[in-house]
Write a protein that binds this ligand. Structure first.
Ligand SMILES: [Zn+2]
Length: 320
């Protein structure tokens, strides 16, 4: 049995774990404060060293899910706005340190592989995962294969525009990207944008000064009927539905699974968004795509990264 390490690299922390199928064994986490390449490598290597101690007989391969556009052959990050990196040799640097094969893939595509193999994608051939967190990531399985597109760019749903003329400015520079409107940060933007209509609202006043209000508080306040939060939530749901209807028009999957922080809203989110998606679904039979909450949660990235390492490529196919 091969010993595989799956790594989920994010902008603020990295998690490395011994992964066996969908099961996470020993895990180690490190905070990432400094985004300099050498510093991030050290944090990753520290976390890998820690979990390696629990693996008798050493490691066989390492898989890393990282934000950004990645050269899958070399494991080089072509660019990652989260880290400010260009052509960062992540795979080869860790390979030199650990002497085992290292595979690097986009974090959301790794999570898609995992959710397809072990979660809500299990019995499908056409599947989409969308992670609604600080940003929006995604991945497409079509006819049983992960769609990579040219240079691994397929699945960047976060940067299709759903409000190109009246939306928020996206981190990528465009106006009204799906990510700007419908990520967790998007919900916060909607709360800020609707604030002038609710001058007496306390929604955006933090209860503790050191902890600013986030999407979770706004969503909970909306569930509780707070008028300002309801206004923000209604706009949020409308923009999320626009993006989801577009995904259905392009890909027509059997299942779209929603992951990331916002998906913990569960039925409160699904019940609100389903009728809006139906209303915006034209030319494709309505209700043909099931909208569900992803099952694997925060560990999907590491599980998918280890699966990529086991298969030796970012693919749904097991080696012959
Ligand atoms: Zn964008």
């Amino acid at each position: 049995m091969a010993t595989l390490v799956g790594i989920d690299l994010g902008g603020t922390h990295v998690m490395a774990a011994i992964v066996d199928g969908e099961r996470i064994g020993a895990r180690a986490e490190r905070e990432i404060v400094d985004h300099a390449f050498d510093v991030v490598i050290k944090q990753i290597a520290d976390a890998v060293q820690e979990v390696r101690k629990s693996a008798q007989g050493g490691l066989d391969a390492i898989g890393i899910g990282s934000p950004g556009n990645i050269d899958l052959r070399s494991g080089t990050i072509r660019y990652s706005p989260n880290f400010g990196w260009e052509n960062a040799p992540l795979g080869s640097t860790l390979h030199e340190q650990f002497g085992v094969p290292v595979f690097v893939g986009n974090d959301a595509r790794c999570a898609t592989l995992a959710e397809y193999a072990y979660g809500t994608g299990r019995s499908t051939t056409d599947f989409v995962l969308l992670t609604l967190g600080t940003g929006i990531g995604g991945g497409i399985i079509a006819d049983g294969s992960l769609v990579l597109g040219v240079a691994g760019g397929a699945g960047e749903f976060g940067h299709h525009q759903v409000r190109a003329t009246d939306g928020f400015i996206c981190g990528c520079g465009k106006i009204g990207c799906f990510e700007a409107q419908a990520s967790g940060t998007g919900l916060l933007r909607h709360a800020l944008a609707t604030a002038p209509s609710f001058p007496r609202s306390a929604l955006l006043e933090p209860r503790k000064p050191e902890k600013p209000v986030g999407s979770k508080q706004i969503r909970r306040a909306a569930a509780g009927g707070d008028p300002h939060a309801v206004a923000a939530w209604t706009r949020y749901v409308d923009d999320l539905a626009r993006g989801l209807a577009n995904v259905i028009a392009f890909v027509s999957p059997q299942v779209i699974a929603l992951g990331g922080g916002l998906s913990s809203a569960g039925d409160f989110l699904l019940d609100a968004v389903r009728p809006r998606v139906d209303a915006l679904t034209t030319m494709v039979p309505r209700g043909g795509t099931r909208l569900v909450v992803a099952e694997l949660g925060n560990d999907a990235g590491a599980i998918g990264a280890a699966l990529m390492a086991r298969r030796g490529a970012l693919t749904t196919k097991d080696p012959a």
